[in-house]
Ligand binder design. Structure first.
Ligand SMILES: C[S@@+](CC[C@H](N)C(=O)[O-])C[C@H]1O[C@@H](n2cnc3c(N)ncnc32)[C@H](O)[C@@H]1O
Length: 313
């Protein structure tokens, strides 16, 4: 079935091959987006299998619903819910589901969200300074920039954007806010490009947009919370698959699974293990799985993607 929307699911084949291990199982897609990955999962499932899709963006859910409903024989097998994935246990509890066979998180935002200037994620087109994944959440990017001081903003740009010119960029943004000249995505871009020059200028812009987006949506804390909860809700043999697009997210996922797959946490000095640690996950692939050259050529958005996948034991 052809997806009606512009977003191409990243590493679709890997997800298809590695995530679904029980055709009558229950799968949670925490970032259903436009239903690209969910469609692949749904197509494989057989009753009483279920796909539960979540997204913070109601527009994404509406499109996913349209797309997934086109799988006529499967429509009873899926349900979609407007919620941040950090709260996925609330949905499972409501559906009286205690265990799932797989959880997928395909992090970040979709091509549709980037291309839709109204959402304020893109510095290529003029739009309001919004950047909220969920339009009902309180803090948008503009309100944030009008409330933050230079030091705090600098730290956010440094920590969530890994941007070396964080100090002068923060100063430039705060200066424009004081002049009441910070209203659109292009105002923000301009504040950055007026103080950072050279061939990597646009990378700095991308990093600052990323930092503000991560901060106002509390993305890293949400990720960490969902990972911790996955331990409780995955059945034995169930799999956790996370596709990340930058090193901050990837580090969190890698560290979580490494910690949860340890068989011993004794101090090195101890000659024999005395901790009796029971690991909760094992790696399905110890190395991150990367998109092929061909996929990157067809879908440049895939170039920074990394898939990490682990099994609950
Ligand atoms: C990369 S897209 C997913 C695309 C999807 N896998 C597909 O194939 O169409 C990421 C989606 O996750 C959503 N999202 C990001 N963080 C979220 C969160 N914490 N909770 C719920 N949805 C989130 C975004 O709104 C976006 O629709």
């Amino acid at each position: 079935m052809q997806n009606l929307f512009s977003h191409l699911p990243v590493m679709k084949q890997d997800i298809n091959n590695l995530l679904v291990t029980a055709l009558d199982g229950i799968y949670l897609d925490g970032t259903v987006g436009f239903g690209g990955h969910s469609g692949e999962i749904l197509e494989k499932l057989k009753s009483p299998g279920k796909l539960i899709g979540l997204d913070a963006d109601p527009d994404a859910l509406q499109s996913a619903d349209q797309y997934l409903s086109s799988f006529k024989t499967q429509t009873k097998l899926f349900s979609l819910h407007h919620i941040n994935f950090r709260y996925f246990p609330q949905i499972l509890d409501k559906l009286e589901i205690t265990k799932v066979n797989g959880i997928l998180l395909d992090l970040g935002i979709s091509s549709y969200q980037i291309d839709n200037a109204e959402k304020g994620f893109s510095f290529r087109a003029e739009g309001p300074l919004d950047m909220r994944l969920n339009p009902n959440s309180e803090l948008n990017a503009k309100d944030y920039l009008y409330s933050v001081n230079e030091n705090e903003l600098g730290q956010i740009i440094r920590d969530y954007g890994e941007e070396r010119y964080y100090k002068k960029i923060a100063l430039s943004i705060v200066k424009r806010v004081k002049e009441n000249k910070m209203n659109t995505t292009l105002d923000l871009k301009d504040a950055i490009t007026s103080v950072v020059f050279g061939k990597f200028q646009i990378k700095s812009v991308a990093r600052v947009f990323q930092a503000i987006r991560i901060h106002i949506n509390d993305e890293l804390v949400a990720l960490r919370e969902a990972l911790v909860q996955s331990k409780k809700y995955l059945s034995n043999g169930g799999r956790l698959a996370v596709i990340t697009f930058h090193s901050l997210e990837d580090r969190i996922v890698k560290r979580f699974i490494n910690d949860e797959s340890k068989t011993c946490v004794c101090p090195r000095e101890l000659p024999i293990c005395a901790c009796d640690t029971i690991p909760s996950f094992k790696w399905v692939s110890r190395k991150a799985i990367l998109p092929s050259e061909k996929e990157i050529e067809e879908n440049p958005r895939a170039r920074s993607a990394k898939l990490r996948i682990a099994e609950r034991i």
